[in-house]
Write a protein that binds this ligand. Structure first.
Ligand code: AMP
Length: 227
């Protein structure tokens, strides 16, 4: 088991919803000793706390659409300015469109963009089947990781929740938004020499192992990041 190379510390995890970016970002960030910055988590926390920003973001999130750039940049910008993000981070769920990518380039250089690839039917099953314990946060899947008692957390016994944006109609919107707004970033980062495609199929452990190998490999080409 090789740890990721110390040089690749400013990372973006890019890919469709349901590809496992969040799970892997938490692992890789801990291994590198850098913060895991998930704009989805930040926005969900703002919604829970009932802040003005959270109230403005809520309806967009429930429908599966993108939260306006200004709000996302406000919440992420604040986080990126904290000292622990000065030398590295794993960005998960950001950028999601070209305007956000340009904003990010203005604020920080990047070492690599990991592109999580997974076929659409697998994404749909992962997203619509996901259930979360409201008490301890354990994530289940009705098909691939069911709880022992249907609808109940193994640890807490609490009734499991489904994220509003994991309902089938919102999942359809999220995948369409990804194809239309986020997927064009692949070409953008490919031409900047930053893109590293990752096969995101299989168990989380297998994907982590592939990720470690990718991060340990030298970059294919150091190009200008003129984004
Ligand atoms: P995620 O947990 O990354 O799937 O994000 C959940 C939801 O939060 C998305 O469907 C969007 O509504 C919103 N969101 C998260 N990150 C962004 C972003 N970078 N730009 C716009 N909306 C975002």
């Amino acid at each position: 088991m090789t740890a990721p190379a110390a040089s690749a510390r400013r990372l973006v995890f890019l890919g469709p919803p349901g590809a496992g970016k969040g799970t892997q970002a938490a692992i890789v960030a801990a291994e590198l000793g850098v913060p895991h910055l998930s704009t989805g988590d930040m926005l969900r926390a703002a919604v829970r706390e009932g802040t003005e920003l959270g109230k403005a973001a809520d309806a967009h999130m429930r429908a599966g659409g993108l939260v306006p750039d200004a709000l996302v940049l406000e919440i992420l910008g604040e986080r990126l300015r904290k000292p622990d993000a000065a030398t590295g981070f794993v960005l998960d769920g950001f950028p999601r469109n070209l305007a956000q990518a340009k904003e990010l380039a203005r604020r920080s250089p990047l070492d690599a963009v990991l592109w999580f690839e997974l076929p659409r039917p697998v994404l749909v099953e992962r997203l619509t089947g996901r259930r979360v314990c409201p008490t301890c946060g354990t994530v289940y899947n009705v098909t691939s990781r069911p709880p022992r008692v249907e609808g109940r957390c193994d640890r807490e016994g609490a009734a499991l929740d489904q994220r509003p944006d994991d309902r089938p109609d919102a999942v359809g919107v999220r995948l369409r938004v990804y194809a239309e707004q986020t997927a064009p970033l692949l070409e953008h980062y490919r031409s900047a020499g930053l893109l590293r495609p990752l096969d995101a199929a299989g168990s989380p452990g297998d994907v982590t192992e592939r990720l470690r190998r990718l991060l340990a490999a030298p970059p294919a080409r150091r190009a200008s990041q003129g984004l």
